[in-house]
Write a protein of this length. Structure first.
Lengths: 215, 256
């Protein structure tokens, strides 16, 4: 489902006189449906950068990134938007808040107005223990942990062939961490190909089928 | 699928000064494109050229008409272009008083484009105006007031209603939220975001505000000295800018 070959990512900082920062220097990785690959390595090794290249948020410097049938490094903006809509779910570390949109609608958005979108969003919010009085409130004022649960709810509300998870449990308490572990394992059982960064060792052991180590 | 707007090799100069050089882009139905860059970079000239308000010196602009496929904009007659401008297109000005008729009522402002299309039935005109005032979150009780009595944010919402009443497929916006208070901006942005999504509108939004681009646009085009120096998905351009100028632009603002 995901196939990465010889992926390189170098940042060129023009404001600093064209300094080049090589972050990924030849990553090879294949992920099948039903696998969950944990990215492991010290901070700054390029774990988030790899996730962002898979999501086409960062543009690869060289190499190939295939997600499903799409070569991400050569796809048009239009193809990438379709890929994100239909194939890739992404849970980023931080929720990007849209003013005035209530939590429930933020969570339901990936369902694109499906008939039972609201009910499904309510189920997710219940499972992730978001108090009902917050459902109609825009998440801008939520705590870090609440925002992260909104982000997880939104990213996992719909089964997606590919899931990219950037520290989905970082600021959660033990109960919610367990809920997120169950959600990830349900996605894997459904057949998602999952790549994630999980700093918490217990979480990693509970969800990962193997580890990709950065050096 | 065919692009609703296909722009190639666009060029325009004022005297000896080149203000647009070799600009190419495609816009798809439902696609929102932000055009960013500093003042004088050519972004407003670009908007005026592609909306048939300013004839370019060279290049083609092909628009996907409802029934006759793609047409070269400047090969159409003046009358055909004017008809497009008041039916299939919308144009939202930065200053609402340029896009509104300030001395007639809010309802008449919304109804005008329908009347230009031949609607004469008073009840239906009023019904459409009431409906659109509600959709832009305005109090229908103010339908008979003139926009002169409205705040800046209300005028801008009225301008949007006036443009969208004919269900255009393509909307041009020139700095739609600048000049408004921050809280009013947030409300307007949310409104524009839901309207473009719910109506499947294609839109070109000129803005110098990268946060506005982040919220509204799927794609982004960065202009400098009349050239499109970088294009991509909005988050690609903002999170991983490639061109030296885009890097400068992105690093000059607080967390767009």
């Amino acid at each position: 489902m995901i196939s990465v070959q010889g992926l390189r990512k170098t940042f060129t900082l023009h404001k600093q006189g064209g300094v080049e920062l090589p972050v990924l220097q030849g990553v090879d990785l294949d992920v099948q449906p039903g696998e969950c690959v944990a990215l492991d390595g010290p901070s700054g090794a390029g774990k988030s950068t790899l996730l962002k290249c898979l999501y086409a948020n960062y543009r690869a410097t060289a190499g190939s990134v295939r997600v499903g049938h799409t070569e991400v490094t050569a796809a048009s903006a239009r193809e990438l938007l379709a890929l994100r809509r239909d194939t890739i779910g992404y849970v980023s570390q931080f929720l990007r808040v849209v003013p005035r949109v209530p939590a429930l609608d933020v969570v339901a958005e990936p369902l694109h107005g499906a008939e039972d979108a609201r009910q499904q969003a309510e189920q997710m919010l219940l499972r992730l223990r978001i108090p009902m009085r917050l459902w109609s409130v825009p998440p801008a004022t939520f705590s870090g942990g609440e925002q992260q649960r909104i982000n997880v709810a939104r990213g996992l509300i719909r089964p997606m062939p590919v899931l990219l998870l950037d520290e989905p449990t970082a600021s959660l308490d033990a109960d919610n961490r367990l809920t997120v572990v169950s959600l990830i394992n349900e996605a894997r059982a459904w057949g998602s190909a999952i790549v994630g960064i999980f700093h918490d060792q217990k979480v990693r052991e509970a969800v990962a089928t193997r580890t990709y180590r950065f050096h | 699928m065919i692009p609703i707007l296909a722009v190639a090799g666009l060029r325009k100069s004022y005297g000896k000064r080149l203000v647009l050089a070799d600009v190419d882009f495609d816009l798809w139905p439902g696609d929102v494109l932000a055009v960013v860059g500093e003042s004088g970079s050519g972004k407003t000239t670009l908007l005026n050229c592609v909306s048939a308000r300013l004839r370019p010196e060279a290049g083609t602009i092909r628009f996907l008409t409802r029934h006759e496929g793609q047409k070269d904009l400047y090969a159409l007659s003046e009358a055909q272009r004017r008809l497009l401008a008041r039916t299939d297109w919308g144009f939202v000005h930065q200053n609402p008083s340029e896009g509104l008729r300030m001395n007639v009522s809010a309802g008449a402002n919304v109804g005008e484009r329908l009347m230009a299309l031949g609607e004469r039935h008073y009840g239906r005109l009023r019904g459409a105006a009431t409906d659109w005032l509600a959709r832009v979150e305005m109090d229908a009780a103010r339908i008979d007031e003139s926009p002169q009595t409205f705040s800046g944010g209300m005028r801008q919402r009225l301008q949007i209603a006036r443009n969208l009443v004919t269900r255009p497929r393509l909307v041009f916006m020139d700095e739609p939220t600048s000049g408004l208070d921050v809280s009013v901006q947030a409300r307007l942005l949310d409104l524009l975001r839901s309207l473009t999504r719910d109506l499947g509108l294609a839109a070109i939004v000129v803005t110098h505000d990268l946060a506005v681009a982040r919220l509204l646009a799927h794609r982004m085009l960065v202009m400098k000295d009349g050239r499109a120096v970088e294009q991509g998905l909005t988050d690609q351009v903002l999170d991983d800018p490639q061109h030296p100028y885009t890097q400068l632009l992105v690093s000059s603002v607080l967390q767009p």
